[in-house]
Design a protein around this ligand. Structure first.
Ligand code: AMP
Length: 568
């Protein structure tokens, strides 16, 4: 139970411990509600944000991207231990926060610290330009905290509290503290992308006044993998809208007055990299928020993804590059039009309004086919496969737009069987000419039931030599424990892996294995919070086995002879 006399950071940590100590979601929510209700106005938004394991609100453009090495170095400096001692502690706990608490015991100089003090240091870490300065700022913070408080700083900085609390529960806690309906909190959270602001609105009883503000990124609606035509038809309610799945990067275009801003899928601004889209956007005679895909598009056809990569990260795009890799914005959704928030309108209406905008080139609209039965849907799938399409998106015409959610309104169907987004948990030195590089990756999906990562496969990198070399350095920097051949790494590198089948298997602790897994690409636009779940894997496995012969791998000794990351 949190000590009401404790300083704000200490109460935050104590509340975290109490939440961790109970498996009951109801009890977790109650604890959060009680905690939020007792906070003063300045601390309330910060507490809400920190409980989502983020230093800043979602919609805040600031991202710390601190990297495990900085945390490790700061902890070692304060504790006066070396990397090896930290690695040993990690083996005992499998949790960065617990490690920090253990090794810092007796080594810090605690003084009362408020959440605003913590936020000020996060802001300073963000503002500092060098790794050394950032590390120094973190050292100062850790030194003034109790080991328990420091543990929670570690958890926030690694983006995962690991106390069995997903963002949804934080929303419920806010609702409970204010005696407001949970759905009002969820709605305000969607519109604002800022749980801190939501907590304040809830306290004022003003949740329904939450507004979608343009020029702030809105979380993107996500898709769930699904392969089975019958299941899809049931989900979308009898009519399926099938769009091509374009292989570019997700883009969200905000236009207000003469200003245009483009955000990419990770909610970072990419306006300057796409001047032709911005110019065309300025000519749209409305205020709009468009969701779509940025594509390299030349002479009437879509160019491969790697060409688009030349355009990414540019502050200034030369006339030559504009000519060589022209970009198009394929719009597939309209979320705001001239003061009206359209999120709750059915897709059918949003698409009608989108078509009515008559967007100028290089805007295009996603190609749309309507299917009214599982059989029609299968025909569309087959035709897409025959065209060698990267995949299809299936949408329910009556569904609203749900930011940040893998709503059931959008389903993705990909070539081969499907692909999964997974996180790398371990890496291994390669063989032959790859023996100098970490080229073999073990990866995991997220088990929502236990709140842990579970391994599902291992793949040899399908990346270029240059990419493997740079990933090798990166994996070294996020190594949690070095076992010689195998390294346990901080789970943060997200991969998209393709495979031919999913089998039940005792080889990995997920209970499944992938047949012929291959890495399609590194999803640097995704964080470990967005990987696929064990549930999706089970669903894909079921739909796969329904259609084809059941594949169960023969029992065999564990291939992960190596230690597996926490939760495994
Ligand atoms: P994934 O990133 O594999 O989870 O698949 C979802 C992504 O597909 C979205 O984030 C978009 O970037 C992309 N995409 C391509 N075409 C479409 C489309 N027609 N509708 C929605 N998303 C699309």
């Amino acid at each position: 139970m949190a000590d009401p006399q404790a300083g704000p950071m200490e109460r935050f940590a104590q509340t975290g411990e109490a939440i961790r100590g109970t498996p009951s979601k109801l009890e977790k929510t109650r604890l959060l509600g009680e905690y939020f209700a007792g906070l003063d106005l300045p601390s309330l938004p910060l507490a809400a944000i920190f409980f989502t394991a983020r230093p800043f609100a979602d919609r805040d453009q600031r991202k710390l991207n601190l990297g495990y090495a900085v945390i490790r170095n700061a902890v070692c400096a304060v504790a006066g231990v070396d990397d090896d001692a930290l690695g040993e502690a990690y083996l005992r706990h499998s949790d960065v926060g617990d490690v920090i608490e253990e090794v810092l015991a007796g080594h810090t100089h605690p003084r009362p610290t408020g959440l605003r003090d913590v936020e000020a240091v996060f802001a300073r870490i963000y503002a500092e330009r060098t790794v050394r300065k950032k590390t120094e700022a973190l050292i100062e913070l850790l030194d003034r905290l109790t080991p328990l408080e420091a543990k929670y700083i570690g958890k926030i900085l690694t983006g995962d509290l690991r106390i069995g609390l997903r963002a949804g529960l934080v929303e419920e806690g806010i609702a409970r503290a204010a005696g407001a309906p949970a759905q009002d909190v969820a709605w305000a959270s969607m519109l604002t992308g800022d749980l801190g602001e939501v907590a304040l609105l809830a306290r004022r009883g003003a949740l329904r006044q939450a507004q979608l503000h343009l020029m702030h990124p809105l979380q993107f609606m996500l898709a769930s993998p699904e392969e089975d035509a019958e299941a899809i038809m049931r989900r979308v309610g009898g009519e399926a809208w099938v769009e091509d799945k374009y292989d570019g990067i997700r883009g969200q275009l905000h236009k207000e007055g003469s200003r245009v801003i483009l955000y990419s899928r990770d909610l970072n601004e990419v306006t300057s990299a796409f001047p032709e889209v911005v110019e065309a956007g300025q000519r749209v005679p409305h205020d709009v928020l468009l969701d779509g895909e940025l594509l390299a598009f030349k002479d009437g056809s879509v160019r491969p993804f790697f060409e688009l990569q030349h355009r990414l990260g540019r502050k200034v795009v030369s006339a030559q590059l504009l000519g060589e890799v022209p970009v198009s914005f394929v719009a597939f959704d309209l979320l705001y039009l001239d003061g009206q928030t359209l999120l709750q309108e059915p897709l059918r209406e949003r698409r009608r309004l989108l078509e009515g905008l008559e967007l100028p080139p290089p805007f295009m609209l996603a190609h749309l086919i309507r299917a009214r039965s599982a059989q029609e849907l299968d025909e569309v799938f087959n035709a897409a496969r025959a065209r060698n399409n990267e995949g299809l998106m299936v949408k329910g015409p009556n569904t609203p737009y749900t930011p940040g959610r893998r709503g059931l309104g959008w389903l993705k169907l990909k070539k081969a069987l499907a692909t999964l987004d997974v996180v790398v948990t371990g890496v291994e030195w390669g063989h032959g000419k790859r023996r100098q590089v970490l080229s073999d990756y073990t990866f995991a999906v997220y088990d929502e039931g236990s709140g842990r990562l579970v391994n599902i496969g291992k793949a040899y990198s399908g990346l270029t030599d240059a990419e493997i070399a740079s990933m090798t350095e990166y994996f070294k920097s996020i190594t949690l424990k070095d076992y010689g051949r195998f390294r346990l790494v901080q789970p943060e590198v997200v991969l998209e892996v393709a495979f031919d089948a999913i089998m039940e298997s005792g080889r990995h602790n997920s209970g499944y294995a992938l047949r012929f897994p291959r890495i399609k690409r590194i999803r640097s636009d995704k964080t470990a919070r967005e990987i696929d779940t064990l549930d999706s894997v089970a669903r894909l496995h079921r739909s796969f086995t329904r259609e084809r012969v059941q594949l169960v791998e023969p029992a065999q000794p564990s291939a992960d002879g190596e230690p597996v990351p926490s939760g495994s």
